[in-house]
Design a binder for this molecule. Structure first.
Ligand code: GLA
Length: 384
């Protein structure tokens, strides 16, 4: 990542002179707890050693001048006229400025250069990394005094309202709260969180990128949310105290939803099981039982594929290839779904052979090269 930082700094210098601030902002993984965040459940994410850098200075006028090194595109506009446009990378920046202004945090114009090494569209939350880097930078430069949790919530709001993706809180949270060698169990209902040591010596976390992102990902995501909300509405008729799927047991879901809309039933049943699974997985981590942990990853994949229906044939095949190798402890699709990466837990010594064999089989089947990213758990958004 250091090279990326130097590249962003050099690019800033060439365009705008000396930058006032540099911010580093990581991608994220999630060990377990998928599609649970917006259902008030638990997640177990961590920040990783792939990220973006943002070099930025405030201006004395209202103008916004930006450049993306990844897209090699410029953007020019004004703080007074923030609108969503056709440049997706710029929209993530503008969304944050929009939310800040609506909350009464007036922003000055700024010059900004952005770039990094989070693969885009791979489910590693490059968008949350941009949003969090920008809110962190604006908070620092304007002295707004926002807490980390408040920045997380405003960045999530930018994604929900400006971009229109009704994501939960996990990505922005992991980005801001990440710590080296620690995974974070977040209770998305109370926002209480606990760090769990996850020291990767003997075992590695390896991401395999399908290099596919199906275009329906965002719309299907919003539809899954609606299915869950529909389930909650039915449950509330008998259990008025229920506010989210976090508040019900699988027995209640079976009793109250199995006779109705089968799609809603399967979605809710997956979510309630997954929320319980995160707690069991954390208990396994605490007793250092990675075998049990890995089995739960496979169970999550099964649920995401069959009941929640957010997987795709490419992801299923990568998990199948992992499961066929007895040394792999666990594997599953990660993130929103419909493409992106699988996360695999395996002995570090087997990583090279795994990458070689799995890549060859995947390429043969889909005529497409997957990418492999061994990841290290690293620190959240900060000034490098
Ligand atoms: C995306 C969203 C997150 C979360 C995951 C699924 O990454 O941004 O809020 O819902 O999908 O677990």
């Amino acid at each position: 990542m250091r090279e990326q930082q130097a590249m962003v700094a050099a690019c800033y210098h060439e365009r705008f002179g000396q930058q006032e601030l540099m911010v580093a902002s990581p991608g994220r993984i999630n060990l377990i707890g998928e599609h649970t965040d917006y259902n008030g459940g638990f997640v177990l994410p961590a920040a990783i050693d792939k990220g973006i850098y943002v070099a930025v200075s405030l201006r004395d006028d209202q103008e916004i001048h930006m450049y993306s090194t990844d897209f090699q595109e410029t953007y020019q506009g004004s703080i007074e006229a923030i609108e969503k446009g056709s440049q997706s990378w710029a929209n993530y920046v503008l969304g944050v400025i929009d939310v800040l202004q609506k909350e009464g945090y007036g922003c000055k114009g700024f010059n900004l250069v952005i770039g990094g090494d989070i693969p885009i569209g791979a489910g590693l939350s490059s968008s949350a990394a941009v949003e969090c880097a920008v809110i962190f930078a604006m908070n620092h430069l304007h002295g707004f005094g926002l807490s980390k949790m408040r920045m997380v919530q405003l960045a999530q709001r930018a994604e929900n309202e400006f971009i229109g993706m009704k994501c939960g809180i996990m990505d922005q949270f992991a980005n801001m709260f990440g710590l080296e060698e620690q995974v974070i169990q977040l209770d998305c209902r109370s926002l209480e969180y606990k760090y769990f040591p996850f020291i990767q010596q003997e075992y590695a976390l390896l991401l395999m990128n399908t290099n596919i992102k199906h275009s329906l990902a965002d719309s299907e995501y919003n539809l899954r949310r609606q299915d869950c909300e529909q389930g909650v509405a039915v449950l509330q008729k008998s259990l008025p105290q229920v506010q989210s799927l976090r508040d019900v047991t699988i027995a209640e879901v079976d009793a109250l939803l199995s006779g109705g809309d089968q799609q809603v039933y399967r979605r809710c049943s997956y979510v309630v099981k997954e929320i319980a699974r995160v707690e069991a997985a954390c208990a396994a981590l605490l007793r250092n039982d990675l075998m049990a942990f890995g089995q739960m990853m496979y169970a999550t994949h099964e649920g995401l594929s069959r009941d929640y229906e957010v997987s795709c044939k490419e992801l299923d095949y990568l998990v199948e290839l992992a499961a066929a190798r007895s040394y792999v402890l666990g594997a599953r699709m990660m993130g929103g779904g419909f493409g992106g990466c699988t996360i695999n837990l395996l002995p570090a010594s087997q990583v090279p052979v795994f990458i070689e064999q799995v890549s060859a089989a995947y390429t043969q089947r889909f005529n497409l090269q997957p990418e492999a990213y061994p990841v290290n758990i690293s620190t959240g958004t900060s000034i490098p």
